[in-house]
Each structure stands twice: as structure tokens, then as C-alpha cells.
Design a protein around this ligand. Structure first.
Ligand SMILES: O=P(O)(O)OC[C@H]1O[C@H](OP(=O)(O)OP(=O)(O)O)[C@H](O)[C@@H]1O
Ligand code: HPA
Length: 227
């Protein structure tokens, strides 16, 4: 049975069940209707929405500008960390793409691991920080570098840096592709040691940053129209 007909059938059944008082059928229907709100369920509509979002988005930073920013970051990081055998941590998920592109520009020995701390979780405003994966590699005496896509309010980076210091790192530095310009930093004046670009105070996506879970793969940095 096609989905539209299935729904019509379910709605008829809901009216029938309502009149005849069947709680079980109500539950079944409500569950089925709730599935429509699930983005994966209505995937065709969702593809259209996400394509429209991308088509209308403002490009704030082109891929070429991102590449130039990564080159400059890499030069600076090489000067400071080139003889330190640093232990780099990619902050998943957003830091994945920046970390990959940055590390291939670093021509000195280093180690790489990852951690996952998240507080946006598919939304466009942040909440409580949730540690999904804590760092495993011992940091004691190491020169630790935390690599992420964006320093927005900074609650994520501040908590990670604190964690690394408490874990006994010899030094802790941070590298972010983007610093968002506003005065809402969790720690006033918080800056990354290595920063590629500044962006205006809009919700951004692309190059690792997501819009509701999508478009981390966008080649550049974009902002949804009107947001
Ligand atoms: O400076 P803040 O306001 O704390 O925000 C920055 C953090 O938010 C994003 O992660 P997110 O919580 O979306 O997790 P994700 O990368 O796994 O989606 C981003 O990748 C940073 O880690
Ligand atoms: O502007 C943003 N975009 C994507 N992810 C984010 N995490 C914090 N701020 C942002």
C-alpha cells in the first residue's frame, strides 16, 4: 500500500477507534504519525529543504579563502610546535574536516587522537556540554593541541582546555578554523592560540560545521539566509 493511502486508512481508523474507544489503535496511529516528524522518515521533503537551504545560503568564506587561512595557521603552528612532538586532539564531530586539512599541511612529527564533547547536538543553540568520548591517550608531560572547527561561545573549548590542563599536559594550545565575533564568550576574551578566520555573528555551516546535522561537507563557510 502506498504511504498516502496508508495514512488515509490510518486516519479513518483513528476516527473509527475514537468513536469506538480503542486505546491500542490510538497508540499505533500516534506512533505512525510521529514518524512523519522524523527527518529520516520524510526524507524526500528533507532533501528538498536542505538543498533549498544551501541554494539560498550566503557564502561568507570561499573554499579558496579557507585554504589560505589553513596555510597561514599551519605556518604559525610549525613555528611554535615543530620541535615539540605534539599530541593533537580532534574535537569530533565538527573538528573532523579542519583537523584533516590542517594536519596534512604540518610537515613535522605529531600524534593525533580524538575526543567528542558536544553541546549543540543538531540544534542551532548550545546547551549543557556532553562528553561523548573522553580523551584516552595520556597527556602528562605532552604538548597538547586541541583542534576544532569553531570557537563560538567558547564553552566547549574552555572545558576541553581545562580538562587537558588537569590531565597534566606540559602545554595546552588550541587551533580553530573560525572564531565568531560577538561578546558572549563563556570566558571573556577567550581566544584560540591558532585561528584561521573570524566570521560575523550568524549561525554558520560548512567545512565541518553543521546545520541541524547536515552540510558539514559544504566547501566553504555559509550562513542560512535570514539566520
Ligand atoms: O564555542 P561553543 O559555543 O561551545 O561551540 C563550539 C562547538 O560547537 C560545535 O560542536 P557541537 O556541540 O555542535 O557538536 P558536534 O560537532 O558533534 O556537532 C563545534 O564543533 C564546537 O565544538
Ligand atoms: O555557528 C555555528 N555553526 C555550527 N556549529 C556551531 N557550533 C557552535 N556554533 C556553531
Amino acid at each position: 500500500m502506498c504511504f498516502a493511502r496508508h495514512l488515509t486508512w490510518l486516519r479513518l481508523r483513528q476516527v473509527f477507534c475514537f468513536r469506538h474507544g480503542s486505546a491500542v489503535s490510538h497508540l499505533h496511529l500516534n506512533k505512525t504519525l510521529a514518524m512523519q516528524d522524523d527527518p529520516i522518515f520524510d526524507s524526500h521533503r528533507h532533501v528538498q529543504d536542505m538543498n533549498a537551504l544551501m541554494a539560498q545560503a550566503d557564502c561568507l568564506v570561499t573554499q579558496e579563502e579557507v585554504d589560505a587561512a589553513l596555510d597561514a595557521m599551519a605556518t604559525r603552528m610549525t613555528e611554535v610546535l615543530g620541535d615539540k612532538l605534539p599530541l593533537c586532539f580532534c574535537v569530533m564531530n565538527g573538528g573532523l574536516i579542519t583537523t584533516g586539512h590542517l594536519l596534512t599541511r604540518l610537515g613535522f612529527p605529531l600524534e593525533i587522537d580524538y575526543l567528542h564533547a558536544t553541546r549543540y547536538r543538531g540544534k542551532t543553540s548550545g546547551g549543557e556540554l556532553f562528553w561523548r568520548v573522553s580523551p584516552e591517550r595520556p597527556m602528562k608531560g605532552r604538548h597538547v593541541v586541541v583542534i576544532d572547527d569553531i570557537l563560538d561561545e567558547g564553552a566547549t573549548l574552555a572545558a576541553i582546555l581545562e580538562y587537558c590542563r588537569e590531565a597534566g599536559a606540559a602545554s595546552v594550545s588550541s587551533a580553530v578554523l573560525v572564531d565568531k565575533k560577538h561578546d558572549r564568550k563563556a570566558v571573556p576574551g577567550l581566544k584560540a592560540d591558532f585561528c584561521g578566520l573570524e566570521v560575523e555573528d550568524r549561525y554558520v555551516f560548512g567545512f565541518g560545521m553543521d546545520y541541524k546535522g547536515y552540510w558539514r561537507n559544504a566547501p566553504g563557510i555559509f550562513a542560512p539566509k535570514g539566520l
